[in-house]
Design a protein around this ligand. Structure first.
Ligand SMILES: Nc1ncnc2c1ncn2[C@@H]1O[C@H](COP(=O)(O)OP(=O)(O)OP(=O)(O)O)[C@@H](O)[C@H]1O
Length: 591
């Protein structure tokens, strides 16, 4: 790996806020201007939850660590006292009034938010203007010594940008000392990936995946010295098949460039590979799946990018690339879907029968329309107003704090997810020891005619529905929010759908019920002929309900399940959540 040195042209994804400077002021410390660096042993790797508390307010919440380096350097032609500790780089103006007009804006950056540090080549010629810049009178040397720190800058609506600040030093030795000290601190950020495998779907969304990666993401990875094996997919399931066979030992993470379907493919490859390595049979519905070690990053380049939006708060490729670079890590729950004793799919966002299943089936016929196919097919499905008769059996999540009606959403560092993750692991072990039979737990059954049956593992927020289908769903608490929309008039259903796009409570309707569950099963009233055992279950559940009532508008046929944007043909399914099975290069939505 070579260090990236490409600071001549400002590129997409990096914002330069500091003015070029043309002079240096002598340092006050006799040994070249820097206080000595005390050698430290590396801190243990910490997950995003722990590192978030470091980043929030290092000075207020914990004792201030001793400085590793202190120097007087120039930033935007103004003298600053610059201090580096294990957790923060800060620069205090020595002439505060002038500093406020210098435009630097940022006076400290947590070390965990630093993307890269590079020595900057300066020769007294303003590289942007091409003209000589005004030199301060004390400068005797036209060759300047500077280094640039690239760091995460929060922008509006959860967007992150890569900002940069350039520090000018009196001599090369001091400059080297700073670059070395900063790089040493970056090397201690043990959660950061160094080598990635990247899959790009060239046909997802508006077919811009390759361009988005080349223009916005690759330069940032290069800056952060992240190397990558890039595979542009040539067919559907290319990424999944590759992951099942490839040597994954050499990678620190996997990146999916595309939409939710592409992410789903990568996720299936990784989960199946992990189970294969551990000798777990995915077809066994109650198998305890083994959590995946590698994290997955999502560079949004699809039509909806719901999974990215619901875990980051925006679908912006640069923001996602920066979360990958700084090594964020957020566990997420995954549901497994089985039909009888056959594994069908995994799901992390929406599993929807009826309205969302029918919309997906129709939208697949209209792929040529691009992302607008979802609006078109959604409208058609709404007009058709099909409802489907069946029975939903579910196991309520009783040990988990929180409810789908909570006013507060799951955010970065969520205590419920952390607590629930720990608790569920303990209770799973206890369950194994005591051999508690699931039959002993309290299953509930809801029979009826449904316009939609939706199960969500996360809020499922997306630009069209900023709060999502289940605004209080948690990313990693080991539960599913099960939303049952019973048969109602078109107008009422429209009212319910509209509430997904505004701040009104979409569950506050008599025909909508929502449950937080660990498992559920759906048995349609009308089954395929080969599903004889499901027909038997159906006979027990339904008797003669509705059989001779064509006017009730129940479709005699079945709908399909929309599983994270992929179609599942079987209507009768069993779904079970696996707490924190997967990790993403995100931190959840920041407050
Ligand atoms: N080279 C390829 N040719 C055809 N299909 C591909 C290729 N690579 C991946 N796919 C498949 O394309 C499907 C859709 O991709 P993707 O999710 O990236 O875009 P999208 O459907 O437009 O976005 P979203 O899922 O967010 O709505 C995925 O199921 C994936 O398996």
């Amino acid at each position: 790996m070579t260090e990236a040195r490409w600071m001549k042209e400002p590129r997409a994804g990096r914002r330069r806020t500091t003015a070029r400077i043309a002079g240096v002021r002598g340092c006050l410390f006799p040994d070249g201007g820097a206080e000595p660096v005390a050698p430290k042993s590396p801190p243990p790797a910490r997950d995003t939850f722990q590192r978030l508390s470091d980043c929030r307010s290092p000075a207020m919440e914990r004792p201030v660590p001793p400085p590793l380096l202190v120097s007087r350097l120039l930033v935007s032609e103004q003298p600053f006292e610059v201090t580096l500790t294990e957790t923060v780089l800060c620069w205090q103006p020595l002439r505060p009034k002038k500093a406020s007009s210098s435009g630097t804006g940022h006076l400290s950056v947590p070390v965990c938010d630093i993307v890269a540090v590079c020595e900057t080549e300066e020769d007294g010629i303003g590289k942007e203007s091409g003209r000589w810049q005004k030199m301060p009178s004390f400068s005797t040397d036209l060759t300047l010594h500077a280094f640039t720190v690239y760091h995460v800058q929060r922008s509006k609506e959860h967007h992150w940008e890569c900002n940069e600040v350039t520090f000018h030093c009196s001599d090369h030795l001091l400059c080297n000392q700073w670059v070395k000290a900063l790089k040493e601190q970056l090397d201690l950020q043990a959660m950061r990936p160094k080598h990635l495998i990247i899959f790009i779907n060239p046909f997802g969304g508006k077919r811009l995946g390759k361009q988005i990666y080349d223009d916005k993401v690759a330069p940032l990875f290069q800056l952060a010295c992240i190397t990558a094996d890039v595979i542009v997919t040539e067919r559907a399931n290319h990424a999944r098949d590759h992951l099942i066979e490839a040597d994954l030992e050499k990678y620190d993470g996997i990146v999916s460039v595309g939409g939710d379907g592409m992410f789903s493919e990568v996720m299936h490859g990784l989960i199946s590979r992990t189970q294969k390595n551990s000798g777990i049979d995915e077809n066994y519905p109650t198998a305890e799946l083994v959590p995946c070690d590698l994290r997955i990053g999502i560079i949004p380049a699809g039509s909806t990018d719901c999974i990215c939006y619901a875990t980051v708060g925006t679908n912006d490729p640069i923001t996602s690339a920066l979360h990958i670079i700084i090594g964020d890590s957020q566990p997420i729950d995954v549901s497994s879907v089985h039909h009888k004793h056959m594994f069908l799919k995994y799901s992390v966002s929406l599993l929807g029968y009826g309205f969302y299943g029918d919309t997906l089936i129709d939208s697949e016929k209209n792929r040529w329309m691009g992302p607008s196919r979802y609006n078109f097919s959604g409208f058609k499905t709404f007009l058709s107003h099909h409802c489907y008769e069946g029975a939903v059996s579910f196991l309520p999540a009783t040990e988990t704090p929180g409810s789908p009606r909570d006013p507060k959403p799951c955010t970065a560092g969520c205590h419920i997810c952390k607590y629930s993750g720990d608790q569920l692991k303990v209770s799973q072990k206890a369950m194994k020891l005591k051999c508690i039979d699931e039959e002993q737990q309290q299953w509930k059954v809801v029979k009826g005619k449904f316009l939609a049956i939706n199960s969500t593992n996360m809020s499922c927020a997306c630009p069209k529905s900023p709060k999502g289908l289940s605004p209080a769903a948690h990313l990693a608490d080991g539960t599913i929010d099960l939303i049952l929309v019973h048969k109602c008039s078109r107008l009422n259903f429209l009212r319910h759908l509209i509430r997904h796009t505004n701040n009104d409570d979409q569950f506050d309707h008599a025909f909508v019920e929502v449950h937080r569950v660990k498992e559920f099963k759906f048995t349609p009233k009308y089954c395929d002929e080969e599903d004889t055992d499901i027909q038997d279950v159906g006979k027990n559940l339904f008797g003669q309900i509705c059989r001779d009532h064509p006017s009730c508008s129940c479709a005699q046929h079945q709908s399909s399940w929309n599983c994270d944007g992929e179609i599942i043909k079987h209507a009768a399914i069993e779904v079970r959540v696996h707490c924190q099975l997967l990790k993403l290069f995100v931190r959840g939505i920041e407050k």
